[in-house]
Design a protein around this ligand. Structure first.
Ligand SMILES: [Fe+2]
Length: 200
């Protein structure tokens, strides 16, 4: 018998090391004061405009060091999924959510963007400020599998995949993978940086 996995998805989890995240959080809160922000996936909260390197990144040590570490892991993924060429940071943006604020379901695939690997890292994640939920691209899976037809959820039968953020944690996933952020349940700033890697 051959039991073959087909059409696999990946979700890579890792942690930033030796980054002054408190300083980075402070810098982002300062940036918020002079930028109105945009309304894209955020339901409330503040989302900065997309920033294209080398803007800011070349002068912000924490951002620069963070993306260097993330690039190393992106390279491993690129190798694993057989990308034809190197991928680089295309853009990133800051998010600050507070109580009841969330992000609606979305993906990062935009026409002609050449984004391939997307992700997020948590600069400050206060407990209960909203988990991230990934959604299977096949959205009829949930109609087939529920607690009346399966014993336990796993990667073959889940419609949604929830991940608990932590300060310093970063996640990498295919650009087309849909996700949303649950509403924060507490009155503290949840600060994250979302980004895309792709062909330049
Ligand atoms: Fe996103």
């Amino acid at each position: 018998m051959i039991f073959q996995d087909v059409f696999k998805e990946y979700l890579v989890i890792d942690y930033l090391k030796n980054i002054n995240l408190k300083q980075l959080a402070k810098n982002i809160k300062t940036a918020r004061k002079s930028h109105n922000g945009v309304s894209i996936s955020n339901l409330g909260g503040w989302q900065s405009e997309a920033i294209v390197p080398p803007n800011i990144i070349s002068v912000d040590k924490e951002l620069n060091d963070s993306f260097k570490q993330i690039q190393n892991v992106v390279n491993i993924i690129a190798d694993k999924i057989n990308l034809a060429d190197n991928v680089y940071l295309k853009n990133f943006w800051f998010n600050i959510n507070n109580k009841f604020e969330s992000n609606a379901i979305h993906h990062h695939l935009h026409f002609m963007s050449k984004n391939i690997i997307s992700g997020v890292f948590y600069v400050d994640y206060p407990k209960d400020s909203g988990e991230i939920v990934f959604c299977n691209s096949n959205d009829v899976r949930g109609a087939l599998y529920d607690m009346s037809t399966i014993k336990k959820y796993n990667e073959y039968n889940s419609q949604n995949w929830k991940v608990k953020p932590e300060t310093g944690k970063f996640l990498l996933f295919p650009t087309y993978l849909k996700h949303y952020v649950e509403p924060s349940r507490i009155n503290k700033d949840r600060i994250s940086i979302a980004f895309n890697f792709g062909y330049i």
